[in-house]
Design a binder for this molecule. Structure first.
Ligand SMILES: [Zn+2]
Length: 530
């Protein structure tokens, strides 16, 4: 134990010296420790990487089928710290976040730089809270265990009942996630899959302060991306920069740019290193803040799906997501169709999909809904006729909205006036952006404007866009015969850009601002020798 503590503390100490930020993840340190303890493990990992690369080269076209992974969450709470005892719905919000990120349904996918458009992946991996425990009994997929630890002291105790943690469920049927207090600044760690998986430690550990996306304690890590990142390791992904500084180490994924080092903040794109066209700091496998992560690539998807097929084969046949019993009165929400992930306007009229999981026809229930989990809950009494296993889309009364990133939450209560028999399928969360519904917040400077034409003599046009989601990808410049012109565009401040028309000849140009909803065009007269 002393040696464990020494290693942990030296890791933490080094990070505080050099990083001055939370260490998003200690999976690499865990890997180094396991290799040091057991040289055979290191050899086996090397061999496994060879197997994996061979598998990838011979299985270029994977069947496009959705893989669903059953999850058990072991919540280890200390009775002295009631904060640790996260609610079921906070845990469910984490599963929703994983499902959005691994299915490219995250609202902030909009923010991925356009240069990566061709490699952004829907990983086609989904997660469910287990409905069946290892003994075949019904479960919520959430196990709460009181622990004497204020902070877990090493990489193994959380996974051991005998040491104040909770033993894992079989890795052949479940992804084990332990949620507990970790030593600052560590946010989480995971094991990696290989040809020889250790049944006693396989899984992911997450600091309780960063788990879920409602009521999260952390302010920088509150969108559930700590789990997205760690589950990436569990599915065989390495850190995007290859875990050592410099350009000689890679993440063994061909479509992610070679990258010098990790990023801790939200950095503007492009940040160039290793002669790349910009670090992929918005990749879930970097260390950026939650609000700045939004992409897995096709290459990472291939690596994950291959690892599941090669090393985690049994989980493909797990039935742990299937309910053991059909209960009488059991209604829930399976989808939030509106607001869409990009929403324009000042009010939202949500649409939720009700599903009857029970055996009785449901004729009435309560639907509660709210954005960002505030106390001002909205309520709607639904009535109709919903047969067992049937769905119905319900449009809820509109509520006021504010412009920015939001988490919409909805849940059901009281089917036919009864207590719901299974509350774990009642609750659903959904991320979306609401935006101003006009583009009148664009300001263009550095020129004289006459009849909608900007006359410029100093070669620069400055553009300020107060719409937070518009970025350089929404701006294009065309010449007078409609050809796209390459005009240098520099980000000078948040939402502020500057075009440099120095490199083009005098003439008329058109600057177009567009996204899927709106488009406006401004005319620019460039006169160099004016
Ligand atoms: Zn990591």
């Amino acid at each position: 134990m002393k040696q464990f503590l020494l290693i942990i503390f030296s890791v933490v100490f080094n990070q505080q010296l050099f990083a001055q930020e939370e260490q998003r993840c200690n999976s690499f340190e865990l890997l180094q420790q396991l290799k040091a303890e057991n040289p055979a493990y290191a050899n086996m990992l090397e061999q496994s990487e060879i197997y994996l690369q061979q598998y990838i080269s011979t299985h270029k076209n994977h069947l496009r089928t959705i893989i669903t992974i059953p999850v058990v969450v072991h919540l280890l709470y200390n009775a002295d710290s009631s904060n640790h005892k996260l609610s079921d719905w906070q845990i469910i919000s984490q599963i929703d976040a994983l499902n959005e990120d691994y299915r490219l349904m995250n609202a902030d996918r909009y923010k991925t730089p356009s240069v990566f458009d061709s490699i952004v992946a829907d990983c086609e991996i989904e997660f469910c809270l287990a409905k069946k425990d290892p003994n075949g009994n019904a479960t919520t997929g959430i196990v709460r265990v009181e622990t004497p630890w204020d902070i877990f002291p090493d990489f193994s105790s959380a996974k051991q009942t005998a040491n104040g943690g909770d033993d894992p469920w079989p890795y052949t049927d479940y992804l084990n996630i332990w949620v507990c207090a970790l030593q600052y600044p560590m946010l989480g760690y995971s094991t990696f899959p290989s040809a020889s998986i250790n049944a006693s430690d396989d899984g992911v550990v997450i600091h309780y302060k960063t788990f879920g996306r409602i009521n999260v304690f952390s302010t920088k890590y509150k969108l559930g991306r700590t789990a997205t990142h760690e589950v990436g390791h569990w599915l065989n992904l390495l850190h995007i920069w290859g875990d050592s500084p410099g350009c000689s180490t890679d993440d063994n994924v061909s479509d992610t740019p070679l990258q010098d080092a990790e990023h801790y903040q939200c950095i503007p794109f492009p940040f160039v290193s290793c002669n790349n066209s910009g670090d992929m700091s918005m990749n879930y496998m970097d260390y950026s803040r939650d609000s700045c992560m939004n992409i897995y690539t096709e290459g990472q998807k291939t690596r994950m799906v291959s690892a599941i097929n090669l090393f985690r084969t049994p989980i493909l046949n797990s039935s742990a997501c299937n309910a053991v019993d059909t209960l009488a009165y059991d209604i829930g929400i399976t989808k939030i169709a509106q607001p869409d992930y990009l929403f324009y306007g000042n009010t939202i009229a949500p649409i939720v999909t009700l599903h009857n999981f029970g055996s009785q026809t449901i004729s009435a229930c309560e639907i509660k809904y709210e954005k960002n989990w505030k106390s001002n809950l909205n309520s709607f009494s639904w009535s109709g006729s919903l047969a067992p296993n049937a769905n119905v889309d319900v449009t809820l009364p509109a509520i006021a909205d504010s412009n920015w990133y939001n988490i919409f939450c909805a849940w059901t209560k009281n089917p036919n006036g009864n207590q719901d028999a299974d509350t774990t399928n009642d609750f659903k969360t959904h991320s979306y952006y609401s935006l101003p519904d006009t583009l009148n917040s664009i300001n263009i400077g550095s020129g004289e404007i006459q009849n909608q034409t900007i006359f410029i003599t100093n070669s620069f046009v400055t553009i300020e866009m107060n719409n937070p989601l518009l970025t350089e990808r929404n701006i294009s410049v065309y010449n007078s015969i409609g050809q796209k012109s390459k005009i240098a565009l520099t980000k000078t401040a948040l939402n502020k850009y500057q075009f440099n028309f120095n490199s083009v000849s005098s003439g008329i140009y058109y600057i177009r601002f567009a996204d899927s909803h709106i488009s406006i065009v401004k005319r620019v007269l460039v006169q160099h020798d004016f």
